[in-house]
Design a protein around this ligand. Structure first.
Ligand code: HEM
Length: 411
């Protein structure tokens, strides 16, 4: 039933072959019957069964599933420009300002401009460096919180995910619009409630969500303008008057080019950056032209799925559901263009926030290890549940005890 069907070229060994595809592809649904939750696990099982390059049909849409570093490298280097478009999925309409935001915008002049602004002006190494104070302030808040929890309830375990979530979002919103919306010392509770709703709504379609996000971000822009004009009724952030945060950089750019940097464009960019920490375990882009991958012919309009989870977790650590070794387990090699490490994607559409994300992750991880002794409360369940980011089913809890040096430091 699931035997692999591979059409071989009839006349020449050089001619590109048609891609291997599981049999059968059912009328209307195609291969959708092979899918279940979590999506990346289902795709991983398909790859284990049929190989690292498979041609599928999700309903009427042709899909190419890739799950090896060398094939990913072929897509993102040699064929990168052919794969530079995103599929026009419903998410791009509802969450991507009708396909005009960076992640959803089609490859072309508009995307190139947004991408240049994001990479060179907003997320450059220099900008990230100038905003380091905001990140260190937030990490201090995190250390103090963990320290206090340990003092008040010795031996009680900490919800690591919750603490890191607060830190990550406060650091990010601090750098982007000078606000903190989570945890203690939140200035404006109403505003922070709206922001939480906006973050929760980034994964489900909610009526009027777009207007709500726009209204929220427009208020932030208005406050920054009033602050710049010396309005003393606007509460100042700790960073005020020091280094320019990302929203202020954009408002400055608006002064010199108001027709390009409209409020709508700025809102769109800022909202996208703020909602960026959640990322899927599977990268999707769209093939716009015919091409050949791994010697197989791929027709125009095919959606490319690169199963990063399979490449990073199954191949590296041998994790499958039935404890069998996945195909290719342990043979992960760095490709010549470095496509072995794919959490941030690769090629033209790779994540422009990688530098910032790696700094935030390194700061948090380094600080937590250096400042606290950590102890398991029970065996840690590494299985992941449903959701695009492959979150753990059981969020991590652990006991933490401040190292003696940190106690002196905090005193
Ligand atoms: C650990 C954190 C992060 C991870 C794992 C991550 C991962 C990714 C991945 C896999 C993509 C798709 C790449 C592709 O299609 O090849 C992406 C795109 C993107 N990311 Fe990130 N990201 C992270 C944090 C951030 C941050 C902090 C920002 C900005 C503040 C950001 C902004 C973006 C944008 C704007 C895109 C769309 C790029 C485009 O289509 O041109 N990301 N990210």
């Amino acid at each position: 039933m699931h035997a692999i069907y591979e059409k071989q070229p009839t006349n020449s060994a050089q001619a590109p072959k048609s891609s291997p595809t599981p049999f059968p592809s059912l009328p209307l649904i195609g291969h959708l019957y092979l899918l279940r939750k979590p999506f990346h696990r289902a795709l991983s099982e398909i790859s284990n069964r049929y190989g690292p390059l498979i041609f599928l049909r999700f309903g009427s849409r042709p899909v190419l599933l890739i799950s090896s570093p060398s094939l990913a490298e072929e897509c993102f280097t040699e064929n990168d420009i052919i794969f530079a478009n995103r599929p026009s999925l419903l998410n791009g309409k509802h969450f991507g300002y009708n396909y005009t935001s960076i992640p959803w915008s089609p490859y072309g002049d508009h995307w190139r401009n947004l991408r240049r602004i994001a990479s060179l002006d907003l997320l450059s190494s220099h900008r990230i460096h100038t905003l380091s104070r905001i990140r260190t302030d937030e990490i201090r808040v995190l250390i103090r919180k963990l320290f206090r929890l340990g003092e008040e309830n010795p031996g009680k375990s900490v919800h690591v995910k919750e603490a890191l979530f607060e830190f990550t979002f406060n650091a990010l919103t601090g750098m982007i619009c000078g606000k903190r919306y989570f945890g203690e010392n939140v200035e404006n509770l109403k505003e922070s409630e709206i922001f939480r709703d906006i973050i929760n709504e980034t994964v489900r379609v909610v009526p009027d969500a777009q207007e709500k996000r726009d209204r929220f971000m427009q208020n932030v822009l208005q406050e920054l303008r009033r602050l710049e004009n010396g309005d003393s009724s606007v509460p100042k952030s700790d960073n005020a008057g020091k280094k320019k945060i990302i929203a202020e950089v954009l408002l400055d750019m608006q002064k010199s080019e108001p027709t390009y940097y409209t409020d709508e464009m700025i809102r769109n960019l800022l909202l996208k950056l703020e909602a960026s920490p959640a990322r899927p375990a599977v990268i999707a882009s769209r093939i716009v032209g015919d091409c050949t991958v791994g010697g197989f012919r791929v027709p125009r309009g095919t959606i490319l799925l690169v199963n990063v989870w399979h490449i990073e977790i199954a191949l590296r650590f041998g994790r499958t559901l039935d404890n069998s070794s996945p195909r290719g387990f342990g043979i992960l090699k760095a490709g010549k263009n470095g496509c072995e490490f794919l959490p941030f994607g690769s090629g033209r559409r790779a994540c422009p926030g990688e530098n910032l994300a790696m700094r935030v992750v390194a700061l948090a991880l380094g600080t937590l290890i250096q400042c606290f002794e950590w102890e398991k409360v029970c065996e840690i369940d590494m299985n992941e549940g449903t959701g695009f980011t492959a979150p753990k089913i059981q969020p991590l809890t652990a006991r933490c005890c401040p190292r003696p040096d940190i106690v002196n430091l905090l005193d």
